[in-house]
Design a protein around this ligand. Structure first.
Ligand code: URA
Length: 254
């Protein structure tokens, strides 16, 4: 059992939902830099024999394929040259909620996972303490998959180069809601130049998916007084989400 868990962990499977069988084999063998990205949920057996009809496994496999492409991508040239590794995204392939940040920072570049530094801890608090959800049940990704030098803002050309991967990840996960963290995430995802102050407080649309925007956790670390606004945004998001169900959606029509 321990050995099997180690093999699964090496394939980016860090969480098996209660009541589901461990996959016999990892969904897809992945290079080390692609490890966390395919999605951290093992949705079932390798043949897709699960309560959700193999939906989680299929999505994890599809994400792992995109992650493999990302790990070899050099479209953002300067960033690709300087990166330690790509940071694809992490969480449940069946997440109802996706958080979208800006780009990996130094900690994320080193570890290969999104939001693992101080801002990441604050995001975890928002998810766990504020929303009463588990971090592994949402999905977290960024506009960019490579770290900009000195944590500068992504250039438009870099965001454009990475856009295909963002769209494909969201297409696979099919979340019910997206929460943009900060102006870079919101402006890029929604293709707008409006300020985050003007974007928050209402629901936007990305390809039919409702989008809520709030301040970036790193901004909150510098401006603790903005916590009240973020809490308002989170409450609005939770109110929108209420009444839905937690099933892996569309599991029968994939
Ligand atoms: N900030 C982001 O926008 N994304 C991360 O992954 C980490 C910090």
């Amino acid at each position: 059992m321990i050995q099997r868990l180690e093999v699964l962990e090496g394939a980016g499977v860090t969480h098996v939902p209660k009541g589901r069988k461990l996959p016999d084999t990892p969904p897809v063998a992945q290079p080390p830099s692609a490890v966390p990205e395919g999605g951290t949920v093992a949705g079932g057996t390798a043949d897709g024999d699960t309560a959700d009809g193999g939906c989680a496994t299929r999505r994890a496999d599809a994400l792992a394929e995109v992650a493999r492409e990302v790990s070899a991508c050099t479209r953002c040239t300067e960033l690709a040259r300087a990166r330690t590794q790509t940071v694809f995204g992490a969480g449940s392939p069946c997440a109802r909620l996706v958080f979208c940040g800006e780009a990996p920072g130094a900690d994320e570049d080193r570890i290969g996972q999104p939001f693992v530094g101080r801002a990441g801890q604050l995001l975890t608090d928002i998810i766990v303490k504020g929303m009463k959800m588990r971090r592994e049940d949402v999905y977290i990704l960024n506009i960019l998959r490579c770290r900009p030098p000195g944590n500068r803002n992504p250039l438009p050309v870099e965001a454009a180069a990475c856009r295909e991967f963002l769209d494909r990840q969201l297409e696979i996960i099919q979340p019910d809601y997206i929460c943009c963290l900060g102006s870079v995430a919101a402006q890029n995802l929604l293709d707008t130049t409006e300020s985050i102050g003007r974007l928050r407080g209402r629901v936007h649309d990305y390809r039919g998916i409702p989008v809520v925007c709030t301040y970036h956790p790193a901004y909150l670390l510098r401006n603790p007084s903005a916590k009240r606004s973020v809490w308002e945004d989170v409450q609005m998001l939770m109110a929108e989400m209420e009444g839905g169900n937690d099933e892996c959606r569309n599991s029968n029509d994939e």
